[in-house]
Design a protein around this ligand. Structure first.
Ligand code: SF4
Length: 274
């Protein structure tokens, strides 16, 4: 049994993966060239039809086939990562979030959710905002969605407690899990920027359309954003599905595994000794 098959077995994806006829593209055949909030296109193994120059990056056929969805993320102007002198020490940053009252979400939250995992991790996973369980427990990605995420990470050899740090764009739960508003994102974004400046991750994985659109400052569908190496403040960023979505759409778990493989290849290509 191959290691890939064992990983899929661990994620409960064996039959799904077997049925797929499309090969996993050579996702890193093209080295990232743009070092800003732009995407590097994927090189598919099939020959695409001619495309007009304005059509944007070429996508894998499996991604092209996914239905487009209306943009949901309110956009806010990107800001710079804090300089070293502007960084709060990690414990003070955590305390600042716990005491934060910078937006209206402080009035309805039960707990702030700073994140979980290893502060020295090379992987940073970013979701949208805490849900009901996270708000109640003060922890990021708990419950069935968190368990699924942990098992997916384990399938590529990552321990969710030691190899990654998992957080959200917003540190407080929007009531009723509504979409965050632009002013809430703007009020909270410095905390995420501080976390990134501390962690200096090798790779960022945006979990779900909202996180992806917010970090990349565009309104493209997740189908268009997946399968490419984007950059967020010069850090490679891969877009994948939110694990809560995957619980409702089991066939897409195989695509999420592709996303994690792309993130892992990206990380290894960067860290490979030259
Ligand atoms: S969402 Fe962010 S900015 Fe708003 S109160 Fe919570 S920590 Fe503060």
């Amino acid at each position: 049994m191959s290691s890939s098959w064992q990983r899929l077995e661990a994620m409960g994806l064996g039959p799904l993966w077997q049925r797929r006829s499309l090969p996993l593209p050579s996702l890193l055949a093209t080295a990232p060239a743009a070092r800003s909030l732009t995407a590097t296109s994927v090189s598919p193994q099939v020959t695409p039809p001619p495309r007009p120059r304005h059509a944007g990056p070429v996508e894998h056929p499996a991604i092209q086939a996914m239905p487009a969805a209306a943009p949901i993320a309110p956009l806010v102007a990107p800001t710079q990562l804090p300089a070293a002198g502007e960084l709060l020490p990690w414990p003070e940053l955590e305390a600042a979030v716990a005491a934060c009252r910078r937006c209206r979400l402080c009035e309805t939250r039960t707990n702030t959710v700073f994140g979980r995992g290893q502060p020295g991790a090379r992987w940073l996973l970013v979701g949208e905002a805490p849900g009901e369980n996270e708000d109640r427990q003060g922890l990021a990605f708990v419950g069935r969605a968190g368990q699924l995420l942990d098992s997916m990470l384990a399938a590529i050899g990552l321990d969710s407690e030691t190899d990654v740090f998992i957080t959200n764009v917003l540190k407080c739960r929007p009531p009723g899990n509504r979409n965050p508003s632009g002013d809430e994102i703007a009020a909270c974004q410095n905390y995420l920027l501080q976390q990134i400046a501390h962690l200096k991750p090798t790779v960022i994985v945006a979990l779900g359309r909202f996180a992806a659109q917010t970090l990349l400052q565009n309104s493209d569908s997740i189908a268009r954003l997946r399968g490419k190496v984007h950059h967020y403040h010069d850090i490679p960023l891969i877009v994948s599905f939110h694990p809560a979505y995957l619980l409702r759409n089991l066939p897409d778990k195989a695509k999420a595994w592709q996303d994690l493989v792309l993130a892992q290849r990206t990380q290894r290509a960067i860290e490979k000794p030259h």
